[in-house]
Design a protein around this ligand. Structure first.
Ligand code: HEC
Ligand code: HEC
Length: 258
């Protein structure tokens, strides 16, 4: 936490590091990637974000920070901009939102992009379900999810960029439940310029009571193993493609110079 407040007090420190990184020789140059941006994202994540979201982006229940690993970059950018532009994290009764808004306002646009790309690439962390053991009714949760949530978040809760709806898999159930409560009580999604938030303000009203909320969350947690498997398959494919292109590069390097 001390490092964080230090960074917040002197934002040029971040600039300075960015400049230093840009001057580094492109050691890790991948075929289609700007190394400086990838390095900047990784470096900033570990120095700033990991303080609260953990080194693997797994979140921290003590300060109520969500797992953010593997969130799609479009959603990360959208939320950081929401925090920056006072669409999220402005209510004095929302200390977590206020915390994240403070961090977001210290970031520069190129840093936000680099961070979002980095977060998207981080492997999904399987959250531990807390409501399931607490007597939540998964069956009841499934019915409500299919009737009221699936149309935007998809049948497997993987989200849909076209609707601006994020994946609900990979997040902790207590975090998701807190967000629904924030939408219901006007702490999130009520800004006039927050069109995506407005959809959730409306949808959250269909969750009548705390028990129903826990039931829906318990159902969403059952969708995590499939989401993890899908992600692992995707990263294996990406690995194969990059190995193939790395081979091509080293083959090309072996050709004698004329
Ligand atoms: C001082 C602690 C702290 C730091 C540092 C921090 N965050 Fe957060 N972040 C939070 C908390 C707490 C929340 C939950 C806000 C809420 O409940 O609305 C959050 C929420 C988020 C969200 C929204 C997730 C969602 O599912 O909507 C994103 C994205 C995010 N943080 C990204 C980052 C990035 C990237 C960094 C590094 C630049 C960072 N955070 C640094 C505490 C922190
Ligand atoms: C009309 C489309 C729509 C429906 C229906 C809908 N959502 Fe959403 N949901 C969204 C959008 C869009 C967002 C992103 C809001 C934002 O940008 O802040 C979102 C965000 C969320 C979040 C915040 C996630 C995070 O990482 O912070 C939760 C939790 C959530 N939805 C749960 C639900 C549940 C549970 C239901 C069913 C009761 C539901 N949603 C129904 C569109 C929808």
């Amino acid at each position: 936490m001390r490092a964080v407040s230090f960074l917040l007090r002197s934002p040029h420190r971040l600039h300075l590091s960015a400049v230093v990184l840009a001057l580094l020789p492109p050691l890790l140059k991948a075929a289609d990637e700007k190394p400086a941006a990838a390095e900047l994202g990784a470096m900033m994540f570990q120095t700033v974000c990991a303080q609260c979201h953990g080194p693997k982006g797994e979140g921290n229940p003590q300060i109520k920070s969500p797992s953010i690993a593997h969130l799609p970059s479009w959603y990360v950018i959208q939320q950081i901009n929401n925090f920056r532009e006072d669409r999220r994290g402005t209510d004095p009764a929302d200390p977590q939102g206020l915390l994240m808004a403070g961090i977001s306002k210290a970031l520069q646009p190129d840093q936000i992009h680099a961070l979002a790309k980095h977060v998207e690439k981080m492997p999904m962390v399987m959250p531990t379900a807390v409501f399931t053991a607490d007597g939540a009714d998964v069956e009841n949760g499934m019915i409500l999810f299919q009737e009221r949530c699936m149309e935007c978040h998809r049948y497997n809760a993987s989200g849909e960029m076209a609707f601006g709806s994020p994946p609900l898999t990979g997040r902790q159930d207590w975090y998701l439940a807190d967000q629904v409560r924030k939408f219901k009580t006007g702490k999130r999604g009520t800004s006039k310029t927050d069109q995506n938030g407005a959809k959730m303000v409306l949808s959250s009203q269909f969750i009548g009571d705390e028990q129903t909320l826990k039931d829906v969350m318990a159902y969403i947690m059952t969708l995590n193993p499939a989401a993890l498997e899908e992600q692992q398959q995707q990263s294996q494919e990406i690995l194969k493609t990059s190995e193939a292109s790395a081979e091509k590069v080293s083959e090309a390097g072996k050709k004698p110079a004329q």
